[in-house]
Design a protein around this ligand. Structure first.
Ligand code: PHE
Length: 506
């Protein structure tokens, strides 16, 4: 053991604690050390002691102490006296004998049995049953008149000095009365010099001002030349620090946002709660489409309906649904219900964001995207969640075409770092042609989302004449690829180990 090195690495406060302990013959409470060592703050003692403990120069012993204070009834007794004391006083004044019922002049009715019990236990009185019961003082009782009982002494003590440590048997009788005594457990500690600690103290050291943290001022004013600088203990224990960081999904979202912005898109936002009209009708999804069923869509109870735009939009949409309107299509051939359109739901896709934007900004050119959450009444499994994010976007400009759509999506995934992408023909009621995007992962192709060119049945009623390229892609599935997850649920488990390990950026 290198005591020289140990001494060299002692901080001022550690030295002060050691010297205080020497004065206290090797053992003391933090309070003793605080006083003896002339510290300024409790934390200085606590910190220095725990450093000394980790350096094995002291040990810390904790003891449990039970302390007592007065309860509600106890405080009352201090004021008015114990019931038996009040009864005894009455007896003394009445020359030693009174009818039992007279006790009610000095005692509450619930105190009378208590008083009689203790009077008898103490041997202060005897009860005589004649015509009426009387109590008579005994010689022991007479002696007690000028005496103070143990219980009374305790009451006084606890009144003047609450939180007293008292021997269990001593407090027992008083504590057996209801609400008289309150008990509390306190932990106190003793700090004790170890053998090494003693050796260090015996060798001795000086407490001189030293530098424990070098600042620019100390360097500039040359203070460092005069004073000693305390060496760092690089082996000292320190708790692991985890700085706050963004959740992997949040990181991914901002990466995607960055990519779309770099590709010349603007971000748009929408609301969770939408009407069927905007979420489905405007997109030419037939009102009897299976996806509208309760088991696929979350409908809202409050509000259960939302007002939808008045004429001419509703009328235009209705006409397209019923007979195709002026689009050349035959429509769905069923009667359009405005009431159905007014039902409130949690949006099932963010295509509702882009279609509404189109309606309000029908003039091309335009490129917008949204990165928001959608809801589907789906069973949860390794690749499905009832709430998830969609990467939604549209481009509409003169001569926008299908090849351009493929190019944009390829480019997006390429920038995300995924080269192995394929497109398959797909079907959506609102696009023609339609395609699905898939990525090769874990030995098979996984679906990432849908895309296509909006049908005239969608664009005509909202007054858009230019081709609109549209897509809606899953974000969590992309996160699975990025973070190499086999279960999509991992993203929402708050598994700190995983979150700490997950790199901040790709
Ligand atoms: N809305 C579709 C979905 O949620 C995706 C999509 C968006 C398809 C735009 C075509 C055009 O799966």
């Amino acid at each position: 053991m290198d005591t020289d090195k140990i001494i060299k690495e002692l901080s001022q406060n550690e030295k002060k604690v050691l010297l205080a302990l020497k004065k206290l013959h090797g053992k003391g409470s933090p309070e003793d050390i605080f006083e003896t060592g002339e510290f300024h703050q409790d934390v200085e003692v606590a910190n220095a002691s725990s450093w000394l403990q980790s350096k094995k120069l002291v040990t810390v012993e904790n003891h449990l102490r039970t302390v007592y204070s007065l309860g509600k009834e106890g405080k009352r007794f201090v004021e008015k006296g114990l019931p038996e004391r009040r009864a005894l006083k009455l007896l003394a004044e009445a020359k030693g004998s009174i009818p039992l019922k007279n006790l009610s002049t000095v005692l509450e009715s619930d105190e009378i049995p208590v008083a009689i019990g203790w009077l008898k236990t103490n041997g202060w009185v005897t009860l005589k049953k004649e015509k009426e019961t009387t109590i008579e003082i005994t010689s022991k009782g007479k002696n007690a008149i000028s005496d103070v009982t143990e219980d009374e002494k305790l009451l006084r003590l606890l009144h003047e000095h609450p939180e007293q440590e008292i021997e269990k048997n001593t407090i027992k009788p008083l504590a057996s009365r209801k609400n008289v005594i309150k008990e509390k457990d306190l932990i106190t500690s003793s700090i004790i010099l170890t053998d090494v600690g003693k050796k260090v103290v015996d060798i001795g050291f000086e407490i001189q001002e030293e530098i424990s943290q070098v600042t620019s001022a100390i360097i500039k004013n040359n203070e460092w030349k005069q004073k000693t600088i305390r060496p760092y203990d690089i082996h000292a224990f320190a708790p692991a620090m985890y700085g706050g960081k963004a959740h992997p999904l949040v990181i991914l979202i901002s990466e995607i946002r960055q990519i779309f912005v770099e590709m010349g898109f603007q971000e748009i936002q929408g609301d969770y709660v939408e009407s069927c009209f905007w979420n489905m009708d405007v997109l030419f999804i037939p009102q009897d489409h299976p996806a509208r069923e309760m088991q696929d869509t979350f409908y809202c109870k409050v509000p259960s309906t939302l007002s939808i735009p008045e004429q001419p939009l509703v009328q235009e949409v209705a006409r397209v649904h019923e007979n195709g309107g002026a689009t050349g299509s035959t429509g769905w051939g069923s009667v359009f219900s405005k009431t159905e359109g007014e039902r409130a739901l949690l949006r099932t896709h963010t295509t509702v964001n882009t279609i509404r934007y189109l309606y309000h900004h029908p003039k091309p050119p335009c490129k917008v995207f949204s990165l928001e959450r959608v809801f589907r009444n789906e069973d949860i499994d390794t690749t499905h969640l009832p709430e998830f994010y969609q990467i939604e976007g549209i481009i509409y400009e003169e001569n926008a075409n299908f090849r351009q759509l493929i190019g944009i999506l390829k480019e997006f995934y390429r920038r995300m770092g995924f080269e192995k992408i394929r497109f398959r023909p797909g079907y959506f009621p609102y696009t023609e042609p339609s395609m699905e995007v898939e990525v090769f992962w874990n030995g098979k192709w996984m679906e990432l989302g849908g895309s296509g060119i909006f049908r005239p049945e969608v664009t005509e009623p909202i007054g858009v004449k230019t081709p609109v390229l549209a897509w809606g892609l899953g974000l969590e599935r992309l996160a699975m690829l990025r973070y190499d997850l086999t279960d999509i649920r991992s993203l929402y488990l708050s598994d700190l180990d995983w979150l700490r390990k997950t790199p901040l950026l790709k």
